[in-house]
Write a protein that binds this ligand. Sequence first.
Ligand code: HEM
Length: 427
Amino acid sequence: MTLSDARLSTRIAIERAGTWLLRATGDEFIRLSVGAQPDPYPAYARLRARESLYRNKLGAVTATFEHCNLVLRDRRFGVQRTDGRLPRFFDTLAMARGPEVVQSFLELDPPDHTRLRKLSRPAFGPARLDGYRPLIESITHDLLDRATAKDNFDLIADFAGPLPIRVISELLGIPPVDTDRFLGYGRVLAQALDGITSLRLARELRTATDEMYALFRTLMAAKREHPEADVLTQLTEAHDAGELTLPELLATCELLLVAGFETTVNLIGNSTFALLNHPGQWGLLRDDPGLARAAAEETLRYDPPVQQTVRVAHEKVELAGTRIRENELVFVMIGATGRDPAVFANPEVFDITRTPEREHLAFSSGIHYCLGAPLARLEAEIALRALAERLPDLALDGTPRRRPSAGIRGLLRLPVRASHGKPLMVP
Ligand code: HEM
């Protein structure tokens, strides 16, 4: 064991003991943050109903729409500490990945955040988006042709999973032969984002990062030889013009790739699951596939793929009668905001025809608002429309399995069949 492994091992042990102790005291936030939650929404309601912010040794927890929105938009909060150190948990993740890996712009404050986000923005702007529709439709129908060759199929493994990875790989300029490898890296990374819980996971993460970065470097060389109209070519040119360093470029590619598929799979999966569990709503979509965009939007409110994020106070702040210290962590429970009765009427009802009072926070808010939101919306709309048009009798067919994660909510497995079946309850 190397010295850095020994340090990491000690850190993991301390964090595990801390988590265990908090769990033993019945800490509501820890229960919501460790492992998959079959139904976290009653616990969110309890957090929202408190007079002041919930607080534990890790920081403060915001769960109402108003407070979460405020923290996400208020420039007195950021994602880095004022002393330049990384916030807790992120430093364990950084330790696990090694010193040569830098933070992506999701984990950076201005001015670096602004500079790096700007370089990636053109690829996801409205002007480019319409051009992606034929590509997404063609991948969608190709996947459905293959999936429906069998009577029963797994909506996640056969459809919702491969769709976003194939789309984002195309946009980035990654050849199809490499997409399966990226899928594997993404899984390790997504697990690590929930916390580095073992040295084994840390090693897997390091290997995945090394392999992924080696592949990006090879692709960069290929793009210099044969430039194409893709994001990797653009970023390689920006790098060669001195606009971003090589570690920054690698971190950006990784962010775009992983954010591009680890979340959208769950939007398509959670939407389909909610629709099939509410046959009346599925019937509405089947009768009018034009409701596909609204169905995805309702799922983002009702059962969003990203359940929580975190901010750091850059100065002392008074919030909901609670004083937040400089550099204190504030956990933002995005998953709780879509069902806040102070904002949404009948928030527990899944209704794809609703006219929402406010835009949900599923894509966050403020300067880190999801860069890929228009792309995710387009993919989900095309996917749900295709399901409704081509498989009107789609039904659940077996027990779904949740992914073992609290931060990202979704299913690993969703068995379905294209003919009649009984609705199942949430596992
Ligand atoms: C349903 C699908 C998606 C959901 C629910 C989602 C959600 C989010 C959320 C909540 C954040 C902000 C986290 C924070 O404030 O701390 C975020 C940021 C981001 N997302 Fe997404 N995302 C989705 C799809 C995508 C796609 C398809 C891409 C395309 C590449 C993407 C790229 C990004 C990037 C680059 C950021 C960082 C933005 C920044 O820090 O300025 N996301 N996403």
